[in-house]
Design a protein around this ligand. Sequence first.
Ligand code: NDP
Length: 502
Amino acid sequence: MTEKLESTNPATGDVVGVHAVDDATSVAAVVARARHAAGWWAGGTFAGRKHVLDQWRGVLARRMGQLADVVHQETGKPHADAQLEIGLALEHLAWAASHAPTVLGRRRVRPGLLMANQSASVEYLPLGVVGVIGPWNYPVFTPMGSIAYALAAGNAVVFKPSELTTGVGVWLADSLSEVLPEQALLQTVVGGGETGAALCRAGVDKIAFTGSTATGKKVMAACAETLTPVVIEAGGKDPLLVDEDADVVAAADAATWGAFSNAGQTCTGVERVYVHERVHDRFVEELVRRARDVHAGTDADAQYGPMTLPTQTDVVRRHVDDALSRGARAVLGGPDVAADRFVQPTVLLDVPPESTAITEETFGPTVTVTKVRDMDEAVRLANGTGYGLGSAVFSKARGPELARRLRSGMTAVNGVITFVGIPALPFGGVGASGFGRVHGADGLREFTFAKAVARQRMKPVLTLTSFDRTAGADASFATLVTALHGRATQLARRPLDPGDRS
Ligand code: NDP
């Protein structure tokens, strides 16, 4: 008998959908159908693909309310937040479809003097079938960061949504098949970790994984068996820096949103704040004042909903308990607020650096605030975890400079998480936050392979790659190489100025 998966509303526990689970055999059949669609899709033109993706975008936009309902039911997040993530996903879908030709299309490159008889070109060709494994926290926006770019680059996609948000995944695939019923361009496979693992082993051409660092390692290990390439978008422990000249009110507003929206279940959510000592007290006062007005619930005024994954409440409580037992102070909230699925905001001060609230991803509505002497200390502490996903800086004079020194894939200056709404910007992490990029030109190229072609336009002046090569040609080659590169050796003898990047 086929195993069934029930998807539930985390706020009420009500069952909102029942889905048949895919085992390794059915995953293989889905991938085989995708393979067929991939051949057809890759054989088309950029314009043809844009036409289909634009039609799909129209459907998604017109039925945004319906999709937001499914997101709301399966995650518990407010309807308006669900709408926000769908709207942003549509921005990316539009960008990917319209920029694919310029980013991926064939372009000529200079062959260089030695190979002047050649004409050289490069283009980026689709990989074939891309497997996308997604999380539950932004069940539309996050997987669409891979799905939209993989499709626009000419691939077919098999999507394994989190078992908590299966209904959203099924809805997305159904909506594309309304536009293109005859081709299985986007299909969903249903199930938990085993289904994800089966997808990794099903002979797909790439896996785009978004989820925790721990699962990312398992995905990589499974993909290593078949040398299937992976993009790993994993967790974060994002810092926000507040400089002495910052707009403190704006910084506190951003920290409040960054830490507590979506119940803190945001990979690029603000988990740590480092504030210059001159503005620290003012910042904390403003943050606490704002955070007091924020609450979790199902009432119309609630700014966020329940913890989508029930066990996440235990993680929050563990991190808060650990910080308090090491001497931290809760100026708002504390362990008692993590009593049920609705976890209220917690603001922690004086948290020792070795506390799990500083070192591990909490993924809940808590934030630590640490006073620093200067921004050098802030940068050092911010870079002190193994994670490196996003970050934020509030500073009037030094924003871009500090941003560059933060070891994270993305930084918002005088804002928070703003980079996700700019489709041209790549998204991804370093270190324990993963590697590879979605979004932007890098995100399109991620789902392709570079195809290089060198075409002989005329006979070479010097025949070098033939056993008919003459001693004269060898001598001319040596003279030419010395003329081209000999001077570089002399220049390199000059001591290098480390600041000189020219
Ligand atoms: P998980 O790592 O638990 O799961 C992610 C996905 O992997 C789910 O679909 C899950 O299925 C699946 N999965 C689980 N085990 C395996 C396996 N062995 N092989 C293949 N797939 C498997 O993450 P969450 O869903 O809990 O999401 C939260 C995490 O995602 C956080 O750490 C967060 O920071 C991160 N995240 C990162 C983002 C980024 O872009 N960097 C964006 C959003 C979230 P199932 O759920 O059904 O078990």
